[in-house]
Ligand binder design. Structure first.
Ligand code: SF4
Length: 424
């Protein structure tokens, strides 16, 4: 892997003028529309009152960091600017701009066409050079990027800078002959795009682990090969390959490619778990081959983004207070929202709702996503006690707009018999 080809530069890989990464200078023109679509009066009120609203014996507390992050704000802004810049052209989006149903519905109303997933990327068969394609905040794989380059259409790249930082890390691992071990979800757009970066170097490899349990399988494999005793029997090579069939690079071989490992994370994972996985893998490497080997064959780098970290820190702070229940608002496929819900559920009754519409005020019922590594949903009636003092905590993932958080707050107060207009 030392005789590697230099990586392609994104900025120079598309013809001048057809690759836009910094918007069109139309921020002022789209600002009012963005504000109308996404700002929330109740959230502004919560902020002005130290993140607390009280009505009678109902107290609602909002985490101090919540909702739209810098990367999402930028991606949505650029998507609106793109529509303004090209009113007559067809505009496509590679997947979802971010994982929020309300935002994606707004883009569809603006005529943006969502490209369907196809294999490891998206189906660009209907796109012609006169079209515009927006890349989401998660980025796209290098194969998708190459396809767009070959098509010659206009590309508006909203990939978040924090995601680009992870790519750089993975690229360096691949350049130096390290397998990238990514703590993430192998099917998530961001992780697919991140993992693809290893292909910039011949022989580059990756392996995605979802959680500590999967990371332990990797550690056991490494230690068993070194003859170190493990608590659980390690998987056989075949069982390992089967287990990680969809989570590893095409030619990944655990007997060859766990020799040098570099750890990175999907930016939106539970930070605490990512750090623990990095530390545990390093320790396993040292147990297997000694500290000197570890220092040359193991690297780790925390690539959780600061927005994710800030939201997780803020919810941990909120959970330090007595709360009767937590509501977490965000798309069911939003990884950072799922991480927030998992943190809350460790300490208090938690309802992860995609949208305020999941709350039925008339019947005091809620539809919500069950916490855990599945995608099951459930419904509960009488989920808000209507009598007696109540303290509700609320937070929202990085892709949830303020107006949706505000609507959820309003519905919670309505169930408690409080007219939200009297809160203002
Ligand atoms: S969650 Fe982090 S990486 Fe993702 S768009 Fe927001 S700031 Fe960027």
């Amino acid at each position: 892997m030392t005789d590697s080809a230099p990586p392609r530069s994104r900025e120079t890989s598309l013809a001048d003028g057809s690759y836009i990464r910094k918007g069109f200078g139309l921020k002022a023109e789209v600002q009012d529309t963005l504000a109308a679509d996404y700002t929330g009066q109740l959230v502004d009120l919560l902020r002005s009152r130290e993140y607390t609203l009280v009505a009678g014996d109902t107290t609602l507390r909002l985490a101090k960091e919540f909702g739209f992050c810098y990367g999402v704000e930028r991606a949505v802004d650029y998507a609106y600017q793109t529509r303004r810049k090209f009113p007559e052209r067809r505009i496509f989006l590679a997947g979802e701009i971010i994982h929020n149903p309300h935002v994606n519905a707004k883009l569809k109303e603006m005529g943006v066409i969502f490209l369907a997933a196809s294999g490891k990327g998206f189906d660009y068969s209907g796109v012609v050079p006169a079209d515009v394609v927006i890349l989401p905040a998660f980025g796209v794989t290098i194969q998708d990027f190459q396809t767009l380059r070959d098509l010659g259409c206009v590309v508006v790249d909203t990939t978040c800078g924090s995601v680009l930082n992870v790519w750089k890390r993975v690229e360096v691992y691949a350049r130096d002959g390290f397998t990238s071990l990514i703590h993430g979800k192998y099917y998530h757009e961001e992780t697919r795009a991140t993992a693809s970066q290893v292909e910039k170097y011949p022989g580059g490899q990756y392996l995605v682990v979802r959680d500590m349990n999967e990371a332990e399988m990797v550690m056991e494999y490494i230690e068993a090969r070194a003859g170190t005793p493990t608590k659980r029997p390690a998987l056989s090579r075949d069982a390992f390959l089967e287990k990680f069939a969809r989570a590893a690079s095409d030619h990944f071989d655990p007997d060859l490619h766990l020799d040098r490992i570099g750890v990175a994370n999907q930016t939106t994972m539970l930070a605490r778990e990512s750090l623990a996985i990095g530390a545990a893998l390093g320790e396993a490497m040292a147990r297997a081959y000694g500290a000197a080997h570890r220092s040359e064959h193991f690297r780790t780098f925390d690539t959780i983004c600061s927005a994710t970290q800030d939201r997780q820190d803020a919810v941990v702070e909120l959970l330090g207070e007595p709360l009767d229940l937590m509501v977490v608002v965000g798309g069911y496929n939003s990884s950072n929202t799922i991480s927030l819900a998992a943190l809350c559920a460790e300490q208090v009754l938690t309802f992860h709702i995609a949208d305020p519409d999941e709350i039925d005020v008339a019947h005091n019922s809620v539809r919500y996503r069950l916490i855990g590594p599945h995608h099951a949903e459930s419904e509960q009636t009488s989920w808000i006690p209507t009598l007696g003092p109540l303290r509700v905590g609320i937070t929202a993932g990085a892709s949830t707009p303020n107006n949706k958080i505000g609507e959820a707050v309003a519905r919670i107060f309505q169930i408690r018999g409080v007219d939200p207009t009297t809160l203002v």
